[in-house]
Design a protein around this ligand. Sequence first.
Ligand SMILES: Cc1cc2nc3c(=O)[nH]c(=O)nc-3n(C[C@H](O)[C@H](O)[C@H](O)COP(=O)(O)OP(=O)(O)OC[C@H]3O[C@@H](n4cnc5c(N)ncnc54)[C@H](O)[C@@H]3O)c2cc1C
Length: 574
Amino acid sequence: MKDDADSHGHLQDSTYDLLVVGSGAAGMAAAVVAACKGLSVVVLEKASVFGGTTALSAGGTWIPCNHLARAAGIQDTPEQALAYFKFCGGDRLNEALARRFIDQAPVMLRFLEAHTHAKFSYAAGRPDYRPHAPGAAAQGRTIHPLPFDARQLGTHIHRLRPPFRELTFLGMMIKPGPELKHFLNVLRSFESARYVIRKVLRHFRDLLVHHRAMDLSNGNALIASLAKSLFDHGMHIHTDTEVRQLLVDNGRVTGLVASQQGQLITLTARKGVVLASGGFSHDHERRQAHFPHTKRSQHHWSPVPDSINGDGLRMGESASGHVDLGQAHAACWAPVSRVPQPNGQVTIVPHLIDRQKPGFIAVTKHGFRFVNEASSYHDFGQAMITACANEDQVIAYLIADHRAIRRYGIGAVKPAPLPIGSHLRSGYLMRGFTLEELAQVAGIDTKNFLETVAHYNQQAKLGSDPQFGKGSNIYNCYNGDPGHEPNPCLAPIQDGPFYAVQLHIGELGTLTGLAIDDKARVLNAQGTPVPGLFACGNDASSVMAGDYLGGGATLGPGMTFGYLAACHAAGQSA
Ligand SMILES: Cc1cc2nc3c(=O)[nH]c(=O)nc-3n(C[C@H](O)[C@H](O)[C@H](O)COP(=O)(O)OP(=O)(O)OC[C@H]3O[C@@H](n4cnc5c(N)ncnc54)[C@H](O)[C@@H]3O)c2cc1C
């Protein structure tokens, strides 16, 4: 049986082999693999567009020992990967699950590359996030989806979640790595200018003809390629379809109830239900219970779509699934800023590529630095939480001088030649013609701030940062500016005017989730599988014990456990 959508695309009460809740990478991997293995499957998506947070993401996918890096001559072994897991996860690590991930992630990748439209390349030179740890890789474990031509999706393209506008140029996606470098060098290199002009002209043509970007990359390309594969098998993604409840018969999950356009539909599952609804980023109650800073105030800003509010965890618990609270961190923390929009709304933008560059520092409102600004978003976020432990709100300021923000941009502010006036007018970007004035405008302790900048500048001129070590490891430097010497992450903040953007604590997704076993089956509090119920992606507990090991540390495990759920449902031991 393929799909029981009637002629209007509505679902009817019916039976499938596998029911998948959520259309992010984890759910889509489970669905596509199930379809490839001959199961009937349907994906149910609460939002009006499919793709979840994955479609907004950079699409980095962390797969140790993958064949793409090996083909490029990069050595990696399961023992090295496990040593890295053990170092980062410590006593909290579920070693058996980590071994399973290390063993099966490369198998999942090969399967997708062989049987679906999803294709990847390894990110040359991109190191793991803790490069000094035993078993860390200098490159090879993070892979990226290859670009995907949206025309292949036909009319479904209009149901694909568009990328973050603030992280694009007029809706055009920019791939991390060499393509981003071309954009940052557009005023400096003829080759980069030519690359950018060609890409922009192609994009304008797509905007005229299709009213959107068609040259998909990053998480958008990943979701589009998996969706195309699912559609090729005759399976469907039902958007605007919210799963409300699991059906449990004698302890076994037998189906679910979903709501579509005000109608309740009962779907029965022969092999099981996969919870892949993206975690609990917008579940205020669970946030308050598990995020340390929200115990003082609800001040937390997530760039994750609003539809992700803990449904999977709640439904899993209702079927006697157990939420694993043993994680070091309940979420993958990230500094974010709040960008006022002309319509009065506010967009949340994560700071992923600015703070590592030369000429940027972060300070608290007391005017002190508190972190190596080039550390990962997860580590930066942790440091923000610690630095503001006695404050009501977790807030810091990203500071740069004129040269730095025109060269690299800051948050939603794009580099030159794009104008900055609208951000100054909205108050998003704060400016002072002197450092004193900036401190006063931003509300930062002036005396401490001046001392902090003077001290930082003295060392930055020499290319060193004895206080926090910005630019002291290969991960820092990868995200710095390779053309800047002597340290790609350090430059004095000296050429006014000076700028600040207020940073808030946020996250890129949650890490606390349902306990699962090596087949992605949800476990109850006794550690026994709940029959008929699987979880993957951020609905499942992080295999990294709440740490974040490298670029793609949620998508890699999410897709791997989605793959394993599908294999088990298909009766094939993977
Ligand atoms: C800007 C940004 C960049 C990022 N870059 C990376 C990266 O490069 N690599 C990486 O690993 N991670 C990255 N992340 C994090 C990553 O995107 C998420 O952790 C990941 O996409 C979660 O995948 P998922 O499949 O679990 O859920 P999602 O992709 O979030 O999908 C879950 C879906 O379930 C739907 N849903 C929720 N409730 C219901 C319900 N009741 N019924 C039906 N559907 C429901 C939601 O609407 C959503 O569409 C990034 C995040 C952000 C914000």
